[in-house]
Design a protein around this ligand. Structure first.
Ligand SMILES: C[S@@+](CC[C@H](N)C(=O)[O-])C[C@H]1O[C@@H](n2cnc3c(N)ncnc32)[C@H](O)[C@@H]1O
Length: 447
């Protein structure tokens, strides 16, 4: 679960039922307190309603034959099928919190207005609703192709007082997926998100249920249009990657969730095929359910490894190159580590260095226009020093990175960490980090 997910600590069901009385009838008392029957369709739905109501002030009304039916219809029989897909609030939050992490990398989060695009918002419009409740400066365009989902999404947006910030946009299966961006050439988006239709056919649905790719205690409440798309989720997301090439930097971060590990391989293949090297992968694990999400960008903002790489050994060949470089150093006082770094940085020509005193240990932000530190660069500089130098101006930096002394709380191991923040020149970043690490080693040894 995402470290900022409020449900890291499971809710107290009795308190929840006090805040949302319809949950009361679903409570089961046991020696340690109260719970609900997670196998019961009714109890699950009441729990979702209770969490949305108490923690986000959201109320939803959904048709029976779309994802997550409404309270009024819970006594009616459900369509028979092996897969159940609930709007599980903690899962949805994991994706939104990861988007927040992406936006932090672009310094967009905070008081700036943020524009998001939710592809396939569904009858609930759950991602825009939750996101806007959590982030007062966010606004959305939310697309779908299904008439019933579109009508219900609009009514859910209005019901929750968010019509000013969430625009529901009707598109068609054969249209371009990012239709709102294509149709208005002046429009931009800070990010796109999508929980795509998973399956390629009814047979695919059955095969996934048999392979238990989805929760074993599953019952279907989704309509075909919500769950099936030609080629399945991987084709859908690969189409997005293809389309994004033309849109380029009109969107900051393109993202999508994926339900199958095999889709991840295909989507990363297409991303790499377009020579997009600024991408990342994350994993959402919730109980026995595992999902992935991909992000790609044409911008020069870089994501930390914590946000864009996962440790899963099966997936290492799909991971992007590292943007967070670390070197282990023996433990020392924060003051002397900081002094060593200041000494090393002062010896590199042409850097602009900002020290964030508010963080402890202090974080240094480095701006460089070109390589001045390698032996070849210094030799060239020496030769040029014989000639009169033109007035040195700090032009736009080609490299922005941070340097930070890190103490790992679990192991107490100590590192210098160099985080790439902005730039397109990977060798420039890697060369700078390895130069600084080497100089820190030499300086420390001399003492
Ligand atoms: C798995 S559902 C996700 C619904 C909702 N976002 C959620 O997470 O509960 C996929 C949604 O994508 C919609 N959809 C299918 N093809 C689409 C397309 N080409 N453009 C936009 N939405 C599409 C479906 O109608 C459905 O609402």
């Amino acid at each position: 679960m995402h470290p900022r997910n409020p449900y890291l600590i499971p809710p107290d069901f009795r308190e929840l039922a006090e805040a949302y009385p319809p949950l009361q009838a679903c409570l089961i008392s046991h020696s340690g307190g109260f719970s609900i029957d997670f196998k019961s369709e009714v109890s699950q739905r009441r729990l979702t309603e209770a969490l949305l109501h108490r923690d986000f002030g959201i109320s939803l009304d959904l048709p029976l034959n779309r994802l997550c039916p409404p309270v009024s219809s819970i006594n009616e029989p459900l369509p028979k099928c092996k897969i159940r897909m609930h709007i599980k609030v903690p899962n949805r939050l994991n994706y939104i919190l990861w988007i927040e992490d992406l936006l932090r990398a672009t310094n967009f989060i905070g008081s700036n207005p943020i524009q998001g695009l939710d592809i396939g918002t569904g009858a609930s419009a759950i991602y825009p609703l939750l996101s806007c409740k959590l982030n007062p400066t966010w606004a959305f365009v939310a697309t779908d192709v299904d008439e019933l989902s579109l009508t219900t999404a609009r009514s859910n947006v209005e019901r929750n007082g968010l019509a000013e910030r969430i625009r529901v946009f009707q598109t068609a299966p054969e249209a371009l997926i990012f239709a709102p961006l294509h149709e208005d050439p002046m429009s931009k988006s800070d990010f796109t998100m999508c929980n795509p239709p998973f399956y390629s056919s009814h047979e695919d649905v059955t095969a996934s249920a048999d392979a238990k790719e989805f929760e074993p205690n599953a019952v279907c409440t989704g309509a075909d249009v919500e769950m099936i798309t030609p080629g399945g989720e991987s084709s859908f997301v690969c189409r997005m990657v293809d389309e994004s090439v033309e849109l380029g930097e009109r969107c900051g971060w393109y993202t999508s969730m994926l339900g199958k590990m095999s889709s991840l391989t295909q989507v990363i293949g297409v991303i790499r095929g377009h020579s997009i090297e600024n991408y990342g992968v994350t994993e959402f694990v919730q109980g026995s359910t595992r999902r992935w999400a991909v992000v790609w960008s044409f911008s020069d903002f870089r994501l930390s490894d914590a946000v864009a790489r996962i440790a899963n050994p099966q997936l290492q060949n799909l991971m992007p190159p590292r943007n967070t470089l670390r070197q282990r150093f023996p433990a020392q006082e924060i003051e002397s580590a900081t002094e060593t770094l200041s000494t090393v940085l002062a010896l590199v020509d042409g850097l602009r260095v900002e020290k964030a005193e508010t963080s402890r240990p202090p974080r240094f932000i480095i701006y460089a226009t070109k390589n001045t530190w390698s032996r070849a660069a210094r030799r060239k500089n020496k030769q040029n020093a014989q000639e009169p130098a033109p007035a040195e101006v700090m032009s736009a930096p080609n490299l922005v990175c941070s340097l930070e002394w890190v103490i790992q709380s679990a192991s107490q191991e100590t590192f210098w960490e160099c985080q790439w923040i902005k730039g397109r020149d990977r060798p420039l970043f890697e060369g700078f980090a390895s130069h600084i690490f080497r100089k820190i080693s030499e300086t420390t040894e001399h003492h």
